[in-house]
Design a protein. Structure first.
Length: 409
């Protein structure tokens, strides 16, 4: 009798495992907890008056035109017109952005499902990718989320060209993002490659047409940098939004600071070496996967010269590497690059641009050892936010402990 009762459960489990690969199930579980914990910690850290994610979001145009001010102006309009709490408005949109990113990732992995393998799990759970903002909460809810969402959605479209989407990105989405977070321009090459492939560029002349897509965005970027807000404008902005209560006063005053290299005066060779190791560790699975996924000969101009995907990544790293010369929070920039790199890899795989070879590196290793490698490689360390900070240890465990404390207290 007991055997009959247990039979349907076993059958259902086997059915579930056949429908969903274990790797895909782990990915879905990861996405669920990413969104859930993002909501919890976005709400929690918004109560702290010195949260820089909130500070960055409230930059607006009340004191005159200012870079990064567009989204803050929208929030300020909602605050004044509907008399909503400004911080609550910002947190609401931060949660919406996290939800949109999670949703687009869900559909991307659903599209990739037949090609997902253990390497995808290792890459997604890298401490420099999806969960990084949860490990380093100062990076949670920042404006680069708009870049993640827009690029992930573009990747979701695949390698089929769509004139309406192209025009929307060219004239609306990318210009609006650059008015919100001007550093987008360093990551435009990622978008360029996707449009380049979608339009099946075969000649140099055709490649010039792809550059036209980015003319409005680059034009607005130049305009932003040539028209900085003055100190009085900052003062008006601060007084208007009472930014001292949000910890934004320092941030707003320095939002137009010229590039300088004072951070390198404080850094040591150990700091640089540490972040070099972080980058290498993050790119290792990309490299191994790339060696087993040759780029197909497709007669595309220039792209046919590349044999491996990691060659493309090396070129793409040349533009955002400039940010490291003046940026303080190196952890964020590593997170942005690795996230966009993985999204681009998904684009190549779903678009049938690489010869997908089933990796057999884990086949001769027991699941117990694979689990141990996964723990050490993905869950035992993480780069801290600032260049000169020490390496974080056991970030997942710390995240669980923080979550439990929030639930208890």
């Amino acid at each position: 009798m007991s055997e009959k009762l247990n039979a349907p459960k076993i059958t259902y489990y086997n059915f579930l495992m056949k429908k969903i690969k274990p790797q895909l199930l782990l990915v879905y579980i990861g996405l669920f907890f990413y969104f859930l914990l993002s909501v919890i910690f976005l709400i929690q850290k918004s109560k702290i008056g010195t949260d820089y994610a909130i500070s960055e979001m409230i930059i607006n145009y009340t004191g005159g035109f200012s870079r990064r001010g567009l989204l803050g102006q929208v929030f300020y309009f909602l605050h004044t017109f509907f008399n909503f709490n400004l911080t609550n408005i910002i947190v609401f949109f931060q949660i919406i952005f996290s939800g949109l990113f999670t949703l687009v990732l869900f559909f991307l992995f659903k599209k990739l499902k037949d090609k997902i393998n253990k390497f995808d799990v290792f890459i997604l759970f890298l401490p420099t990718l999806l969960f990084y903002p949860l490990y380093e909460l100062e990076a949670l809810g920042r404006k680069e989320m708009l870049v993640f969402i827009s690029f992930a959605f573009l990747v979701l479209q695949g390698n089929n060209k769509n004139l309406l989407i192209t025009l929307t990105y060219s004239l609306l989405i990318l210009p609006l993002i650059v008015f919100t977070w001007e550093l987008l321009v360093f990551y435009l090459p990622f978008y360029f490659i996707v449009f380049y492939i979608q339009y099946n560029v075969k000649t140099f002349k055709e490649s010039l047409k792809i550059f036209l897509i980015f003319v409005p965005t680059i034009t607005f970027f130049i305009m932003i940098w040539l028209n900085p807000i003055d100190f009085e404008g900052h003062k008006v902005m601060c007084e208007t939004i009472k930014c001292s209560g949000h910890g934004a006063e320092w941030f707003l005053i320095n939002v137009n600071t010229d590039f300088d290299f004072w951070i390198h005066e404080k850094a040591s060779l150990l700091n640089y070496f540490r972040y070099f190791v972080f980058l290498i560790l993050s790119l290792c699975p990309f490299y191994i996967f790339s060696l087993n996924s040759l780029i197909k000969k497709n007669n595309l101009f220039l792209l046919e010269k590349f044999r491996y995907f990691h060659h493309v990544l090396l070129i793409l790293f040349l533009c955002p590497i400039l940010i490291y010369l003046f940026a303080l929070d190196w952890g964020r920039w590593t997170n942005i690059f690795i996230t966009l790199a993985y999204l681009l890899m998904i684009f190549f795989r779903t678009g049938d641009l690489v010869k997908n070879i089933e990796l057999q590196i884990f086949d001769k290793i027991s699941n117990l050892y694979v689990g141990g490698i996964f723990f050490v490689y993905c869950l035992s360390w993480n780069p801290k936010l600032l260049l000169w900070d020490d390496t974080g240890s056991l970030p997942t465990l710390r995240l669980i402990i923080k979550s439990i404390k929030l639930l208890i207290y």
